[in-house]
Design a protein around this ligand. Structure first.
Ligand code: PLP
Length: 407
């Protein structure tokens, strides 16, 4: 296994090689969004400079070219997650849109009054609120799998949540706060033993490990391009064909129809049935470039290096007196949420910012996780393969400086 060539990698990301407040930028906000390699930036620029044209609806040269690239991207994404067929790859605007699509469409078809949906206590708001909206509409209810003090899901409690009324499980593959990588195979197998399908929110997983949807036998898998080094405004809903075929359309408009008349409108085949309007072909092709970039480095190499960042940051942060890390699962990605005794996270983050270090503060769109620990907010430092051990040292020094100034 080759190690990471950090210097070369950092040259691939132009944004990283700049100063803020006259200090080298240390970017630890990768959980919110990742930076883009030159290959993605240049491809997007090339499209806008040379090949831009709306897909599927034109016979002219550029439209044909763009359509080809757009559909080749779908094939690339299919292969990346090993879906069976490219009609199972639906383009959306991101993870949030993918979950809303599913909650609406699956909900229309399969959820009735009294039905139950299982989620978990560590979900991002985008995997809570769409289900709550559905439950309000259908008079259904949500059941919540709790996690323990380390941030691991309580699988025995999860097992006990199933009843005759359970219709779907929707759970994060990996938590955006605790960093926990959930035991997804076990979660899926338990749900399937009750004939219940599973959606995995892969927003914080797809960029850290190899996903094989067929091997997992997962029913739905969602993610956002911008968290895997691709552009904003595009994401994926993978769904098994048997579900997608039966689910009704979510949004109406161009592209998702075969025939429109005032008497009767017929819908397009998969995947277009779920893709109303002019598609984000620029985003789709940009995402493809990001996936190619990652494949060139090797997802296993990325994972190994990020694990080292995780262990080093855990070791160094724990040396700081009065610092508490929330989320200590043995199976965790390289993200740390933490607070420092008697110092507000916002104040620390402001000082870190002036040192050129970008971290995130707040509830990270996961208020139930904050409630679990009886807090309002934390600092979050999320590290990826273009971050260095020296940057972790800078973070630690910055926190100590903030402590001295604020305590
Ligand atoms: N789910 C998780 C676990 C996330 O971390 C995020 C974003 O931070 C989302 C869903 C929502 O993703 P997006 O805002 O790209 O739709």
């Amino acid at each position: 296994m080759v190690d990471i060539d950090l210097q070369k990698i950092r040259e691939d990301f132009p944004i990283l090689n700049q100063k803020v407040y006259n200090k080298p930028l240390v970017y630890f906000d990768n959980g919110a969004t990742t930076q883009k390699p030159r290959a993605v930036i240049e491809k997007i620029n090339e499209i806008h400079s040379l090949t831009n044209s709306s897909t599927h609806r034109g016979v002219h040269y550029l439209s044909g070219l763009m359509t080809e690239e757009y559909e080749a991207s779908r094939e690339k994404i299919r292969a990346f997650i090993n879906a069976k067929d490219k009609s199972e790859i639906i383009y959306t605007s991101g993870t949030t849109a993918s979950i809303n699509l599913l909650a609406f469409s699956f909900g229309e078809k399969y959820i009735s009054e009294g039905d139950e949906i299982i989620i978990s206590e560590m979900e991002h708001h985008s995997n809570i609120v769409p289900w709550q909206l559905l439950c309000e509409r259908k008079k259904a209810s949500i059941k919540v799998t709790p996690f323990d003090e380390n941030g691991d899901l309580l699988i025995d409690e999860y097992k006990n949540l199933f009843t005759e009324k359970t219709r779907i499980v929707s759970i994060a593959h990996t938590s955006n706060t605790l960093g926990t990588v959930n035991p997804i195979k076990e979660i899926i197998d338990i749900a399937h033993s009750h004939n219940v399908p599973v959606l995995l929110d892969g927003a914080q997983a797809i960029q850290h490990e190899k996903i094989d949807v067929q091997e997992l036998d997962v029913d739905f898998y969602v993610f956002s391009a911008h968290k895997i080094y691709g552009p904003t405004g595009i994401g994926i809903l993978y769904g098994k064909q048997k579900w997608l075929e039966e689910m009704p359309p979510w949004q109406g408009g161009g592209n998702m129809v075969k025939n429109v008349s005032f008497n009767k409108t017929t819908y397009n085949n998969l995947p277009y049935k779920f893709e109303a309007g002019t598609p984000n072909y620029v985003g789709a092709v940009g995402l493809t470039k990001a996936l190619e970039y990652i494949e060139n480095i090797g997802i296993e190499n990325i994972r190994t290096y990020e694990n080292k960042l995780l262990h080093y940051s855990t070791q160094e942060l724990k040396k700081i007196e009065g610092l508490r890390i929330f989320g200590n699962s043995k199976n965790k990605i390289s993200v740390q949420i933490f607070n420092i005794d008697s110092v507000h996270p916002y104040d620390t983050a402001m000082i870190l910012d002036k040192l050129g270090i970008a971290v995130r503060t707040g509830s990270h769109c996961a208020q139930p996780v904050m409630d679990h620990f009886g807090i309002d907010s934390t600092i979050r430092a999320s590290m990826v393969f273009y971050n260095s051990f020296e940057e972790i040292d800078m973070l630690v020094e910055g926190i100590k400086k903030a402590q001295l100034m604020l305590q």
